[in-house]
Design a protein around this ligand. Sequence first.
Ligand SMILES: [Zn+2]
Length: 327
Amino acid sequence: MKTRYLLLLLLWIVVGQQISAQSRKSSGKIIRTLLVDGQNNHDQWPKVSYMMKHYLEETGKFSVDVKRSYYTWKGDEFLADFPLKGTENTMALPKPKADSSFKPDFSKYDLVVCNFGWNAADWPKETQVAFEKFMSKGGGLVVVHAANNSFPDWPAYNQMIGLGGWGNRTEKDGPYVYYTDAGTLVRDPAPGNAGSHGAQQEFLITIRNPDHPITKGMPLKWMHTKDEMYDRLRGPAENMEVLATAFSPKSNRGTDRHEPMLLTLTYGKGRIFHTPMGHVDYSVECVGFITCLLRGAQWAATGKVDIPIPADFPTEKATSQRPFGKK
Ligand SMILES: [Zn+2]
């Protein structure tokens, strides 16, 4: 009798473990994410990195490690304890040297979030090659704001971001891409520099593909909180879809064109979500931005989205902001 009970108990434990393993599997595994940063022309980049890590982990669907490129402009020392504010700003500084120790093991991750900025030092060649391999084999990438200024001389990176700005990008790098008032997508090879923006303001986002997993269920128009609206971006723009745009008025040093604000791309088997939004903390506190970041990240990593559009999502008339760190 005792043996039979023991066998039943053993069976119950084994079956129970298998069922719980299956339910863990069906509820989706954690998306292993690596946020890379360290050189950016925006003073607030460490805060924005911290906010994005928080937003991603808050969903319970992502775990986020951070890998920083530590080379500074103050000689050859590395900053081991990078402060969270008062950081290196690449604006008006000579281009820093590459951080030869910057060698993340991309193979341990499903997703990379890039928060580098303008004038960031190139990654070591070996790191570039490892990242290209990670992406072409099916990795995910999220590109935010000034990350599309980075690495203008790295052809594969330009392929991944599709459109970029500054860094001597011109017609040699690819067309301008925008929508006209009539709703036509234009690839414009006209000569000219890439990247500019007017004064920061709130602006209206217009969804161009409401059937993509990232935008599905979103209001077709919604107000973004105060941000820099990038315009005149240009690049290879291959394997790229414009999911949403914003009108850039000439009255604010813009283009009178509808500029891309949400982009998806593929690179080999890899998927990329790119948004030029996200200049500073109040831009990133926009519930529209947060939702696009989360859904874009999930899509880039898995090809699917089940993160919902929250009830406090902005509307056509009103922005919606969640002050960071305040409940
Ligand atoms: Zn900016």
